[in-house]
Design a protein around this ligand. Structure first.
Ligand SMILES: Cc1cc2nc3c(=O)[nH]c(=O)nc-3n(C[C@H](O)[C@H](O)[C@H](O)COP(=O)(O)O)c2cc1C
Length: 284
């Protein structure tokens, strides 16, 4: 039962539960995009590897998942990267991860779509300022990217593997999938938004909870043929909310996404060739 839903723009918020089959149908996205994606990671006891694979699932399986300790990718061979490692004291491990970022900084800057860090945090799953600033200092700033593409995941400690006396397991693959989905949603919405050209269309989504209903607002600077749709993160149309000629003005539409699985979605406004697309999240 999904308690609430909301739309948001920008930074990632943790989501839960499985992604719908339609969204996970990576094949559809593969057909619509010739871009090559890589999820690059390093892992000692396996939790970072699990997150890397979950992120790729969220991406619809379009990426190559590369263990940097087995092979170092050539930046020229890929269009987009998601890169992550785990925390050991004051550094990100393995060293190859930070070395890969710093030695390819200029080329990677526009290709990095996500950076992630797996932490033990003494078995706690509370995100502190210390962890956020560690992520920023050790991955975000060296890569020269925006804060909102970074993500912290909670890992595990297995005495048999790392020799620590403390045992815990906070690995949550769903968190990884949601991060991958959000990366794909942001990427797809940028692609669909007319190369960032100013369209004059103002599209937004209310964060007010109205049961399962969310209000999408838009304004039209002039009359036109309006198509307002909801799509999966790979661009597959899931619902048509408006399809008619409308005069200039402000409009509101109620979207009931109650039948959709929690996760990321796109809502897209098309008016006579102009397109605006935004990212929406449905929470559990
Ligand atoms: C030697 C060592 C040092 C660690 N230092 C930290 C630390 O400073 N802060 C933290 O939150 N977690 C720390 N951890 C926990 C790891 O980040 C956590 O276990 C992570 O899930 C390991 O990733 P992996 O399973 O991919 O190897 C440390 C783990 C090891 C083995």
């Amino acid at each position: 039962m999904y308690r609430r839903q909301f739309c948001k723009l920008g930074a990632a918020v943790a989501g839960t539960l499985a992604i719908s089959k339609a969204v996970m149908a990576g094949g559809l996205f593969k057909k619509t995009s010739g871009n090559k994606w890589a999820v690059v990671f390093g892992s000692e006891c396996g939790s970072t590897k699990e997150y890397a694979n979950a992120i790729n699932e969220g991406l619809g399986g379009i990426a190559e998942v590369i263990d940097i300790e087995k092979s170092t990718p050539d930046v020229n061979d890929y269009d987009f990267f998601v890169i992550g490692g785990w925390r050991n004291g004051s550094s990100v491990k393995p060293n190859n991860i930070t070395a890969f970022i710093s030695s390819n900084k200029d080329m990677l800057k526009d290709k990095i779509k996500g950076l992630f860090l797996v932490v033990g945090n003494n078995g706690s799953t509370t995100l502190s300022d210390d962890i956020t600033s560690f992520l920023k200092q050790n991955l975000i700033t060296p890569a020269g990217v925006n804060d909102d593409i970074g993500k912290v995941f909670f890992g595990r400690s297995e005495p048999a593997c790392n020799g620590f006396p403390m045992a815990y397991d906070n690995v949550d693959p769903e968190e990884g999938r949601m991060f991958g989905q959000k990366i794909l949603a942001d990427y797809t919405s940028t692609r669909y938004s007319a190369s960032g050209a100013r369209t004059g269309l103002d599209l937004s989504c209310s964060s007010r909870m109205l049961g399962r209903n969310t209000i999408i607002k838009y304004s039209l600077p002039q009359a036109g043929n309006v198509l307002l749709t909801v799509c999966s993160v790979n661009g597959q149309r899931l619902a048509t909310l408006v399809s008619k000629h409308q005069n200039a003005g402000l409009y509101k539409v109620t979207w009931d996404g109650g039948n959709l699985a929690p996760g990321y979605y796109l809502y897209r406004l098309q008016v006579d060739g102009k397109i605006e697309t935004k990212t929406a999240q449905i929470m559990k």
